[in-house]
Design a protein around this ligand. Structure first.
Ligand SMILES: *Cc1c(COP(=O)(O)O)cnc(C)c1O
Length: 389
């Protein structure tokens, strides 16, 4: 028998979450963000559920090639654009839309020989200071682009740094939204601003400018990523369930040993947990080499959440490379029966009996985000797919 750890990608949940994101954007079209191999889920695995999007957005040209190989004929957007001039040849060949975020990319495009003009999004750095042209340079770049024969249509795009909360006492998108409107208000073209947090929190509530004709923040295209994968972009203010999102990834394993530990003895490397009474401890086939966060807590004061046979309990001691330890006390008390090797363990996601452990709660306990846990799922973990009905 193979080591019992495995992951499951839930296609019905992905499809449901896409629908939720669509609703949250009203008439806006949806770029489903599939970067980082679909947030660790696998592009080929999620494709059947996310092909209902209007476009697919990612970073890597090789990921774009994989989507075309799957038969996707709709729009593909390269969120970081070309990395070197010859990437534009692949953009022409695969009909990719691409982001222009610095002036050299416009130089490359101006020198690019193409039959069919390309669709681009010109990116404004509205305050995040990661990618994009500063407001002072944006309009001149737009004018230059508008004269290039290589360009079919120019979209306008920006990205928020604080969409998940407040900044200086007001909604974290406000200052960047104002900069975007000030810089672009009289330019034509489709607009795209919202990641998951901006979409769910403000997509239809805030507007680009004022007045009855002002467009909602969701604008022409939204760009949800994490929400598609069933994690709340603004956890712990809201949970995934608060937003009506369902977990798209389950990581599950089994107990491979049970230890009776007398009071006063310790558990695991570094002896960071001391048994407070005679305890039954389960050893789970899952460790940091599987992508479980090594910094998940297991001290006497604080233990990360885990489900055993669908019942919530806590980690004890340090996470090691291939194993972690859990307190079986609450499980046996709740079920009225003893645990044994082979019993089901849910590290995050949905247990066999339907109990949920949100990935966001596991991430928070370990001082990280659902994003990082999904992307860190290790290659050695076998993955199966829950198909669409
Ligand atoms: C990753 C990314 C997104 C999606 O962000 P989420 O927070 O996962 O919704 C949207 N836009 C850009 C430019 C990104 O890089």
């Amino acid at each position: 028998m193979p080591r019992p750890i495995h992951a499951t990608v839930h296609l019905p949940a992905l499809q449901h979450n896409l629908q939720r994101c669509r609703q949250a954007g009203g008439a806006a079209r949806v770029w489903a963000v599939l970067k980082a191999n679909a947030y660790g889920h696998g592009i080929e695995r999620v494709y059947a559920a996310l092909r209902g999007a209007d476009g697919l957005a990612l970073l890597d040209l090789s990921e774009a090639e994989r989507l075309r190989a799957l038969g996707w004929r709709g729009p593909i957007l390269l969120l970081e654009g070309a990395f070197e001039p010859r990437d534009l040849e692949l953009c022409s060949r695969l009909q990719l839309w691409h982001v222009l975020h610095r002036s050299e990319q416009i130089d490359w495009l101006a020198a690019h020989k193409t039959e069919a003009p390309q669709r681009v999004f010109l990116k404004l750095n509205s305050g995040m200071n990661r990618l994009g042209l500063r407001p002072e340079a944006f309009r001149a770049a737009w004018t230059r682009l508008s004269h290039l024969p290589q360009v079919e249509e120019i979209g306008l795009m920006t990205h928020f740094s604080d969409a998940d909360g407040l900044r200086g006492g007001q909604e974290g998108v406000r200052h960047q939204l104002d900069t975007f409107v000030r810089t672009t208000h009289d330019l034509p073209g489709e607009r795209s601003l919202c990641n998951s947090a901006a979409l769910l929190r403000h997509g239809l509530a805030l507007h680009l400018g004022s007045g009855p004709e002002a467009q909602p923040l969701a604008a022409d295209w939204t760009r949800p990523g994490i929400a598609l994968y069933g994690s709340a972009p603004d956890f712990a203010q809201h949970s995934a369930a608060d937003w009506g999102l369902q977990p798209s990834l389950t990581l599950a394993s089994q107990l491979i040993a049970v230890q009776d530990v007398p009071a006063g003895e310790t558990v695991g490397y570094g002896s960071t947990y001391t048994a407070t009474h005679a305890m039954r401890i389960g050893i789970v086939a899952c460790g940091y080499a599987d992508g479980y966060p090594r910094h998940a807590p297991g001290s006497n004061a604080h233990g990360g959440p885990v489900l055993v046979r669908g019942v919530r309990t806590r980690l004890v001691g340090r996470v090691s490379m291939d194993m972690l330890a859990v307190d079986l006390g609450p499980v046996e008390a709740h079920l009225g029966s003893t645990c044994k090797p082979g019993d089901a363990v849910t590290l995050w996601g949905r247990s066999g009996c339907g109990a949920l452990l949100p990935i966001d709660e596991v991430a928070q306990a370990a001082g990280t985000l659902g994003y990082e846990l999904m992307c860190a799922l290790a290659a050695r973990v076998p993955v199966s797919v829950e198909p669409l009905p």
